[in-house]
Write a protein that binds this ligand. Structure first.
Ligand code: COA
Length: 289
C-alpha cells in the first residue's frame, strides 16, 4: 500500500489576499530559497518588503522579480549581517522608503558539511557569525521600529540541533542560539507588544541548502511521515500564519515545519563510517571535507 502524500498548499486558499496591506517587511536572506518564497507570499498578501543580503546584483534581480509577480514594492538593500553598521544603514534605507517596519525575518544563513575534527576555529566562527550574531545584529538594528509598530520577528532555524547530527556542529550550535535568542526576545519585548517566533524547516526540496547539504543520491522521502519533501510554500504558509493577527497570542514558540521528519530522522551520511573514515564519504559531499 502506498503511503499518504500531503498536497502542497497555496496560501490564497486559506488567507485573505490583502492580509498584510499597508505593512512593511524587512527580510535578511530574502534573495533566494526559503526566504524568497516567504517574501513573495507575504507580498502577494499586500506587504511591501526590503530584502537584505551581500549579493547586490542578485538582490536587485530578485526584487525586480518580486515586484513583477506580486505588484507590491520591494527594496533591495545590500548588507552583511555580520556588520551592525551595514545593517543599520539597510534599516535606515527601508524606513526612509516605507516609513516604518512591521515584520522582520532573520533568515540569512551559511552552512556546509564538515566534522569537528576538520572544522577550523575560523570555519566554526564563520557560521556562528552569520547565523547567530547576524540574527542578533538584525534584532538590534530593527527593534526600535518593531517596538513602534508593535510588530513581530520570525527567525529561520533548523531541527538539526534536536539531536547530534554529525558534520553539523557549527550550524547546530548557531541555530540552538537562535532559538534561545528568540525566546528571550519574546519575554523581554512581549510587554511592549512585540512577538518573536521561530520556524524550523525540515528538508525542503529545490533549495540551495538542500542541494549543497544533502549527500549525493540521498532521498529523504521515506523519512517523512507526511510522505513528501517539503516545499518552500510550506514554510511561507507557516510564516504568513505567524505574522497574521490569528497568531497574536503566539510568541516564544519554535514551530518545526517538516512533515514530522525530526521525530524519525535517519542520518543522511552512513554512520559510523562517516566518523571513522571521513575520506570514505568524500564522494557524497559537495565542497571540501
Ligand atoms: N568545509 C570546511 N570549512 C569550510 C567550508 C567547508 N565546506 N567552507 C568554508 N569553510 C571555512 C573556510 O575554510 C574558512 O576557514 P579557514 O580560514 O580556517 O580556512 C572559514 O570557513 C570561512 O570561510 P570563507 O569562505 O572565507 O567565509 P565566508 O564568510 O565568505 O563564507 C559561508 C562562509 C558559510 C557563507 C560559505 O561557506 C559559503 O559561501 N557557503 C555557501 C552558501 C551557503 O551556505 N548558503 C546557505 C545554505 S543553507
Amino acid at each position: 500500500m502506498s503511503s499518504y502524500k500531503s498536497a502542497v498548499p497555496n496560501s490564497k486558499d486559506t488567507f485573505r489576499h490583502d492580509l498584510f496591506k499597508g505593512k512593511v517587511l524587512f527580510c535578511t536572506g530574502g534573495r533566494s530559497g526559503i526566504c524568497y518564497k516567504i517574501v513573495e507570499t507575504m507580498m502577494s498578501h499586500g506587504v511591501d518588503a526590503a530584502i537584505v543580503g551581500r549579493d547586490g546584483k542578485g538582490l536587485a534581480e530578485s526584487a525586480q522579480a518580486l515586484v513583477k509577480t506580486t505588484g507590491q514594492k520591494c527594496l533591495p538593500t545590500s548588507a552583511d549581517v555580520r556588520d551592525p553598521g551595514q545593517l543599520e544603514k539597510a534599516v535606515k534605507e527601508t524606513v526612509d522608503k516605507f516609513g516604518k517596519i512591521d515584520f522582520v525575518i532573520c533568515g540569512a544563513a551559511g552552512n556546509f558539511l564538515a566534522p569537528i575534527s576538520s572544522l577550523s576555529s575560523n570555519a566554526f566562527k564563520a557560521v556562528i557569525d552569520i547565523d547567530l550574531l547576524g540574527t542578533y545584529n538584525t534584532i538590534k538594528a530593527t527593534l526600535p521600529y518593531i517596538r513602534q509598530s508593535h510588530g513581530s520577528y520570525l527567525h529561520i532555524s533548523a531541527t538539526l540541533h534536536y539531536r547530534g547530527v554529525p558534520y553539523q556542529a557549527h550550524v547546530s550550535a548557531a541555530k540552538s542560539g537562535v532559538d534561545a535568542l528568540s525566546n528571550v526576545l519574546a519575554v523581554e519585548e512581549g510587554p511592549r507588544g512585540v512577538r518573536s517566533n521561530v520556524i524550523a524547516p525540515g528538508p525542503i526540496g529545490n533549495t540551495e541548502g538542500m542541494s549543497r547539504l544533502s549527500p549525493m543520491g540521498w532521498d529523504a522521502t521515506n523519512d517523512i511521515p507526511l510522505g513528501r519533501m517539503g516545499d518552500t510554500s510550506d514554510i511561507a504558509n507557516a510564516a504568513v500564519f505567524l505574522f497574521s493577527p490569528a497568531a497574536s497570542w503566539i510568541t516564544g514558540t519554535v514551530l518545526p515545519v517538516d512533515g514530522g521528519e525530526n521525530h524519525i530522522r535517519q542520518l543522511s551520511l552512513p554512520y559510523p563510517q562517516s566518523m571513522l573514515d571521513p575520506e570514505s564519504v568524500k564522494g557524497l559531499i559537495k565542497g571540501k571535507l
